[in-house]
Design a protein around this ligand. Structure first.
Ligand SMILES: Cc1ncc(COP(=O)(O)O)c(C=O)c1O
Length: 412
């Protein structure tokens, strides 16, 4: 980054600080990951300079031969790893991918049946302050209070009662497998379309360690930067019959020029996702999530649904005399990053909820395994039980030492 250092020492310094933060902290935010250097290089490439409104071989600008090649590669690889009929690789984010699907599948006033935000759903699934809540009527399903799991009979009942136009299967904070085949059955029974939003679990699906929505859903959306470990962006997969509608809704419907550097980086990430290493990585994410969640459970922490089948779990801190916001701050001081999270049937506010969400994609990318998860559980417990500055500094020291054994981006 010599040029950056010379041209803008302020931004250079801030980026250096961020590299240090990422290197020296244990990252447990479930939606984050560390992409490869190859992905970073593609993102930082001259592809950012090219305007390419339109699609490969049908652009509005001259000089698009190279970006056509890279977008075709990204599409081909997305279709290959997901086994889908059609892929649009242009969405700038998971939210834009959802917006394009809603605009393609629905009209204002139509009904969406989706997971309640406070039970693990996402803002773009009908939250009042999001476009999805402003344009569409929302009906929500949640988890059962006694099991912490989705009750598919209840989803069916709700669907029958409310006749939604679109059912969304997908979540930001649900620690159990999603039964996409069951969602499809319900959607068919009530004549609704099915959107699977796999933003969190896309990597698990590609590796075959989570049920696959592609054969069932009309539309599949994802972000590309979580378990999929690509650049910060989105992707839409759909059945061929919706292909032209989706393409029109992405461009010119909701976006202008595609981010060609990011599309190049998506192509790289999709290639990486095809490897055996990637499959091993996803398997290890699951093992790490199981080990870390079980270790915390053994220390008396309450887990929503009692554990996890995927890359994340939710800890209900109600019996620990600490709320989510405080736990997040305490752990940050100890060098452990995660986010506060509502737990289903939370009596507390969304701003300061009763829980925290913990995910293992990032620590697994660094190469950490079960023995490190046990250490991390010990440190979380130590920090939460004794949150004085001296203790937190002590834990932070141990965290930094552990992180030094698992270096990130070695020559940056
Ligand atoms: C289920 C789900 N859908 C969509 C999104 C939105 O993705 P983005 O932040 O890229 O807009 C997220 C992000 O956390 C998510 O968890």
């Amino acid at each position: 980054m010599d040029m950056l250092k010379q041209t803008d020492p302020d931004v250079y310094r801030i980026i250096q600080e961020e590299i240090k933060r990422q290197q020296n902290n244990i990252e447990l935010v479930a939606s984050e990951n560390y992409c490869s250097k190859a992905v970073l290089e593609a993102q930082g490439s001259v592809m950012t300079n090219k305007y390419a409104e339109g699609y490969p071989d049908k652009r509005w600008y001259a000089g698009c031969g190279n970006v056509d090649d890279v977008e075709k590669l990204a599409i081909e690889r997305a279709l290959d790893i997901f086994g889908a009929e059609h892929a649009n690789v242009q969405p700038h984010s998971g939210s834009s991918a959802n917006m394009a699907v809603f605009f393609a599948a629905l009209s204002p006033g139509h009904k969406i049946l989706s997971m309640d935000l406070s039970h693990g759903g996402h803002l773009t699934h009908g939250f009042e302050k999001n476009f999805s809540g402003q344009f569409y009527q929302k009906i929500t399903y949640g988890v059962k209070q006694d099991t912490g799991r989705i009750d598919y009979d209840e989803v069916r009942e709700l669907a029958k009662k409310s006749s939604p136009d679109l059912i969304i299967a997908g979540a930001s904070a649900y620690p159990r497998e999603l039964d996409f085949a069951k969602f499809k059955e319900i959607a068919d029974e009530v004549g609704a379309l099915l959107l699977a939003d796999i933003a969190h679990i896309a990597g698990l699906i590609v590796a075959g360690v989570h049920p696959d929505p592609v054969p069932h859903a009309d539309f599949v959306t994802t972000s590309t930067h979580k378990t999929l470990r690509g650049p910060r962006a989105g992707l839409i997969l759909c059945k061929s019959k919706y292909a032209s509608k989706i393409d029109q809704l992405v461009f010119p419907g909701i976006q202008g020029g595609p981010l060609m550097h990011i599309i190049a980086a998506k192509a790289v990430a999709f290639k990486e996702a095809k490897t055996e290493d990637f499959k091993d990585y996803q398997r290890q994410i699951l093992k790490n999530a199981k080990t870390l969640s079980n270790a915390l459970k053994d220390k008396g922490y309450t887990l929503v649904s009692g554990g996890t089948d995927n890359h994340l779990f939710l800890v209900d801190l109600s019996n620990k005399n600490v709320k989510g916001i405080e736990a997040q701050k305490i752990l940050e001081k100890a060098g452990i990053s995660l986010n506060r999270n509502m737990i289903p049937f939370d009596g507390a506010s969304a701003f300061n909820p009763s829980g925290i969400r913990i995910g293992t994609p990032s620590v697994t990318t660094r190469g950490m395994k079960e023995s490190e998860m046990i250490k991390i559980a010990d440190w979380i417990d130590l920090a939460i039980n004794t949150p004085d500055d001296q203790n937190l500094a002590l834990i932070k020291g141990r965290v930094t030492e552990l992180c030094a054994d698992f270096p990130l981006y070695k020559d940056y």
